[in-house]
Design a protein. Structure first.
Ligand code: F6P
Length: 373
């Protein structure tokens, strides 16, 4: 009997999602004779049983399109806003899985989605995930789709900011996305020739950054580009965050732990807007006029790069084989030229940050970029 597959996209959208939906569904239908439905708007749509049939016509023409034809949301099965309450709707999702006689559910998402998928796998659903996010911070995969496109967009932005920074003898601080990982800022900072690159993995000292900019001015370059990851922290702020994280670790009581977590969240929220303060502070310390550019969601939109289409298609088409082989509770990771099925327990709740000895860090230092330390 033909297998029935459900697909959903969850978390922030990412270029390459449609290529992955297409690859997944085409391989399932064409190679294995499976039937495929999509759930709209992530776990929310699955809970509300909003579906679309994925077949030849709905899959046509989507390879090059940004975003996701299914829609997405950040809602979690176990904490879903219903009216003015937040409720655990996992059982409703399980019911809908059974209602459609699904043999597997494919979840396309980032770190949060991996955790939610594991929760559903623990409830007995046959779940497989694919790693997508512009942040490239999903554990156990070489790379995520969406990253290459966002890297290209951020690099082009830095290229363009160079000429205006140069003409006005200004510092331009450019804030790059990436959540709490520095892959995007580091990659685009190196590729775009950023003079200062600040990432969450290396807490920065503003005085050292100012000195690097002053040194450039003394050498005749009276402008500087500072590429900063949205999650980058000064040394002082990083100490506060580390203390709050340690508090969570050592707190065993459930209520106290919840409180410690919300304190950490509040602390992290106070760091939003850090980049504006940094731009102002650098102006004071260097005497050079400063401007801030926040690239924001611009990095997530539009046509996926060829590399992302290829990766998403490679991972998407591979998954159908894993389902046919009866492999569930795994993420299909990019591993060298091929793919690997990694148990969700090894992925969920983990974040892949830039290791201190990563070759990109050495390269950045060798071309003279200041990393703020
Ligand atoms: O995870 C992708 C990402 O774009 C992060 O880089 C960023 O921190 C976050 O999503 C923004 O989320 P939202 O789209 O919900 O504002």
């Amino acid at each position: 009997m033909a297998k029935h597959i459900g697909i959903l996209t969850a978390g922030g959208d990412s270029p390459g999602l449609n290529a992955a939906i297409r690859g997944t569904a085409k391989a399932a239908i064409g190679q294995y004779g499976m039937q495929v439905i999509g759930f709209r708007d992530g776990f929310r749509g699955m809970m509300e049983n909003r579906t679309v049939r994925l077949d030849g016509s709905s899959l046509s023409g989507i390879l090059t399109v940004g975003g996701t034809i299914l829609g997405t949301s950040r809602e979690k099965p176990h904490r879903m806003p219903i009216g003015n309450k937040v409720m655990d709707m996992t059982d409703v999702i399980v019911d809908n899985y059974e209602k459609h006689h699904l043999d597997a559910l494919v979840c396309l998402g980032g770190g949060g989605t991996q955790k939610n998928a594991l929760r559903l796998a623990d409830k007995g659903l046959k779940v497989i995930t694919l790693p997508k996010t512009i942040d490239n911070d999903v554990a156990m995969t070489d790379v995520t789709f969406g990253f290459d496109t966002a890297l290209g967009i951020a690099t082009e932005a830095i290229d363009r900011l160079h000429s205006t920074a140069h003409s006005h003898h200004r510092i331009i601080v450019v804030e790059v996305m990436g959540h709490r990982a520095g892959w995007l800022a580091l990659g685009s900072g190196i590729a775009g020739g950023g003079d200062v690159i600040l990432i969450p993995e290396i807490p920065y000292d503003v005085d050292l950054v100012a000195e690097a900019i002053r040194r450039r001015s003394r050498g005749g370059s009276r402008f500087s580009i500072v590429a900063i990851a949205e999650g980058a922290l000064s040394r002082e702020d990083a100490k506060h965050v580390q203390t709050a994280e340690a508090n969570i670790e050592k707190t065993k009581d459930k209520t106290e732990r919840k409180k410690a977590k919300s304190e950490l969240r509040a602390l992290q929220n106070t760091h939003k807007g850090n980049t504006l303060q940094l731009a102002r502070r650098l102006e004071e310390l260097t005497g050079l006029e400063s401007r801030l550019t926040i690239l924001g969601h611009y990095q997530r939109g539009g046509t996926p790069s060829a590399a992302d289409r290829l990766l998403a298609t490679r991972l998407g088409t591979a998954y159908a084989r894993y389902i046919e082989e009866g492999m569930y509770g795994v993420m299909i990771a990019a591993c060298g030229e091929g793919t690997e099925a990694v148990p969700l327990e090894q992925v969920a709740g983990k974040r892949k940050t830039v290791p201190p000895n990563h070759p990109w860090i050495e390269s950045a230092r060798f071309v003279g970029a200041c990393l703020g330390d």
